[in-house]
Design a protein around this ligand. Structure first.
Ligand code: NAP
Length: 290
């Protein structure tokens, strides 16, 4: 990166805890360089006990924008002056824009999910789908599926069943969608539920670096030919889950496309510029292979 920061350089960043696995600084700093803009993007490891101070610091220091990741996506809602309709329905924020001390919250994960699944829109219409996980990312997946893909039934599968139950009630009230089935994450009981799903989404960190040998299920009977399996984990791109699903003939989608598209929307909200997706994908592939 060129050493060309000066008095007008604006700061962007990521707040989360932990944040070691993130590719976002790479994506945004390459985009800034490709577009010849005057920003720098830095990661900030902010434990929950420091979230309030970090947000205050953002305003005090005039930091232009933050991405927000685990575990703050829901907690930051209460610090916003405005929240987009989408973020408000999803109930979590991954992008903050500081507009001269007024904080606007957005959720761009939904853009990433929409762009990843759009080529399969007709195949998903009226089908059963399964989502594993019930955190912030799962909320964006549920929102996007109901809003854009019209599934018949959504199986909500989570380690803590009660949390999935809460999401069912939340989205039934917010989006008037009532066709949920709640399941505990116990793979032997899930074979038929998963196999009967046209789409399976992993919205948990299971399989993420450095625990790349982990997977939400090792039971290959859970998958079938022509099923779509989408893993939100992007590091590594080819997770154990995707390898297993692919070996059974499923179409597999990694978390990279979602990552780049959600980043593109955040970048546009902060800078008003379109992120050069194709060039960025090329740089990202090289970075990951390194
Ligand atoms: P989160 O809010 O912390 O939720 C995590 C979910 O995963 C919870 O439902 C949790 O279950 C479950 N979980 C965590 N560890 C587990 C384990 N060892 N076994 C089984 N279940 C487990 O996290 P999030 O923000 O939703 O993010 C989830 C994943 O999506 C992360 O890997 C994140 O990097 C990825 N993501 C990717 C993108 C992208 O652009 N590709 C964007 C957003 C998120 P409990 O309820 O039982 O705790």
């Amino acid at each position: 990166m060129k050493n060309s920061f000066h008095i007008n350089t604006q700061l962007l960043g990521l707040i989360g805890h932990p944040i070691k696995h993130t590719f976002s600084p790479f994506i945004h700093n390459v985009a800034v360089e490709l577009k010849k803009l005057n920003y720098i993007y830095l990661p900030f490891d902010v434990p929950p006990s420091n979230l309030r101070n970090a947000i205050k610091g953002m305003i005090a220091l005039g930091i232009k924008g933050f991405n927000v990741t685990i575990p703050h996506k829901e907690a930051v809602l209460s610090y916003m002056n405005n929240v987009s309709d989408e973020a408000s329905i999803i109930g979590s924020i991954n992008t903050i824009v500081n507009d001269q001390g007024k904080l606007n919250g957005y959720n761009t994960d939904a853009d990433g999910i929409l762009n990843t699944l759009l080529p399969y829109k007709e195949k998903l219409n009226g089908e059963n789908v399964s989502i594993v996980g019930a955190g912030g990312a799962a909320r964006a997946v549920i929102y996007s599926l109901i809003r854009y893909f019209k599934p018949k039934k959504i199986n909500l599968i989570n380690r803590t069943e009660q949390r999935a139950e809460s999401l069912k009630i939340y989205f039934r009230d917010k989006m008037k969608f009532d066709s949920f089935k709640i399941c505990e994450l116990f793979p032997p009981d899930l074979i038929n539920v998963l196999k009967d799903s046209k789409l399976i989404v992993n919205a948990t960190p299971v399989g993420m670096f450095p625990d790349s040998d982990d997977t939400i299920t090792t039971l290959k009977e859970s998958f079938k030919k022509n099923q779509i399996v989408f893993d939100l984990v992007y590091n590594p791109p080819q997770t154990k889950l995707l390898q297993l699903a692919s070996s059974e003939g499923a179409v597999t989608l990694d978390g990279i496309k979602m990552l780049v598209h959600q980043a593109a929307k955040s970048f546009e909200l902060w800078t008003g510029e379109i992120l050069p997706i194709d060039e960025l994908n090329k740089s990202l592939q090289l970075y990951i292979q390194d």
